[in-house]
Ligand binder design. Structure first.
Ligand code: FAQ
Length: 333
């Protein structure tokens, strides 16, 4: 049945007829566009797929705070600094909504965080590249948030209720992030030749990694088919990548920039921008932990986690004190 796509020992066990019936009913609910809620029955594979994707997404938001956080103290004006601070704070908030949505699948936030810090869980490849100049902050907003929105708008219609609802607010905020990034690029491109060169250099470095954010090509994507049947994903990786290229190339041309792809050309017949071959060896290398900043990012996250231990302990002690007081009052009443 459906869960066999997840190719684990557990799912290769023979499926009992009553389970097949339950799975068929479950799929019928999905096909009818009903939302699945935490207490509803769901196949183990559906639960695992969601726990993996939502937690990876949460980790990406949290690790994604690091490259931009690097520029908060160096933003060129007070206005830019305020906007960047708000943006980085938003990413932290997105991580928290997503951990909360992932927790409804029966795994605690502590366990998810442990998966990240021990290196068992993935986060988006894009956050393993360095932010070398201020223009990188523009390029991240324009391209990385732009790619994130393209991927995430369809997630607002994901079959799992808590994920879909979290995505609605996240997408609204991502849209502001994308605009602030594009506005930085526009300002640089209308500035001095040095500023324009800085914007061009940022596009050169961020373009291909942004295309990789959508994941492996459809023929190599392990999870897409099943995730699309379950309506967790609504479009394939390649479909979303193409939509992103079609939306973004005209924006780059308006800025007067050149894309670092000699094969990029508009196909009048299809109405799409055709682009060159992605360097999948680079993608694989980055997700295997060997990108330019993987080690630094994990080191920073582990340090932040260790330094935050006292906050978690204090919050826990406070919650226990309140619980004990409530129980005392209930006994006295
Ligand atoms: N990086 O079979 P598929 C943001 C892995 S948030 C690393 O195609 P799937 C906001 C994949 O996990 C950015 N790993 O997988 C922001 C799987 O490995 P596994 C994050 C990747 O799940 C902006 C294997 O490859 N967004 O940017 C990547 O069907 C600015 C096979 O791949 C989300 O997480 C990658 N790029 O499709 C924050 C959105 N791509 O788990 C701060 C939700 C693939 O079997 C600043 N996620 N892999 O070990 C998704 O839509 C999907 O999970 C995909 C991958 C499309 C990412």
């Amino acid at each position: 049945m459906y869960t066999q796509a997840l190719n684990t020992k557990e799912t290769l066990r023979p499926v009992a007829p009553e389970d097949m019936e339950r799975e068929a009913r479950f799929q019928a609910r999905i096909d009818a566009e009903e939302k699945i809620e935490p207490n509803d029955w769901m196949p183990e594979g559906y639960r695992r797929t969601l726990a993996r994707q939502i937690s990876q997404h949460a980790h990406s938001e949290i690790v994604g705070m690091l490259p931009e956080g690097n520029w908060i103290t160096r933003a060129p004006t007070l206005r830019r600094k305020a906007a960047l601070l708000a943006k980085v704070q938003d990413e932290g908030g997105h991580g928290l909504y997503l951990y909360a949505a992932a927790e409804t699948l029966g795994i605690s936030r502590e366990e998810y965080v442990e998966q990240l810090l021990s290196g068992r869980a993935k986060y988006s490849s894009i956050f393993n590249y360095p932010t070398l100049t201020w223009a990188d902050i523009g390029a991240i907003g324009w391209l990385v948030d732009g790619a994130a929105i393209m991927n995430q708008i369809p997630l607002c219609r994901c079959s799992y209720g808590p994920y879909a609802r979290a995505m609605i607010r996240i997408c609204k905020e991502e849209s502001f992030h994308q605009r602030q990034g594009y506005e930085i690029m526009l300002t640089l491109c209308r500035g001095t030749p040095e500023q324009k060169a800085m914007a061009q250099d940022a596009l050169n470095r961020w373009w291909w990694p942004s295309l990789m954010m959508f994941g492996p090509s459809d023929k190599d994507s392990q999870h897409s088919d099943q995730s699309m049947r379950w309506k967790i994903k609504r479009f394939s990786n390649d479909e979303l990548r193409q939509k992103f290229v079609d939306a973004t190339v005209p924006q780059g041309l308006y800025l007067g920039l050149t894309f670092p792809d000699p094969d990029l050309k508009f196909n009048e017949a299809t109405g799409h921008w055709e682009f060159g071959e992605i360097d999948w060896s680079e993608f694989k290398n980055v997700i295997a932990g060997n990108g330019p900043c993987n080690k630094q990012r994990m080191k920073q996250r582990r340090k932040a986690h260790e330094e935050g231990a006292w906050v978690r302990e204090a919050a826990l002690a406070y919650a226990q004190k309140r619980k004990a007081r409530r129980e005392q009052r209930a006994q006295a009443a």
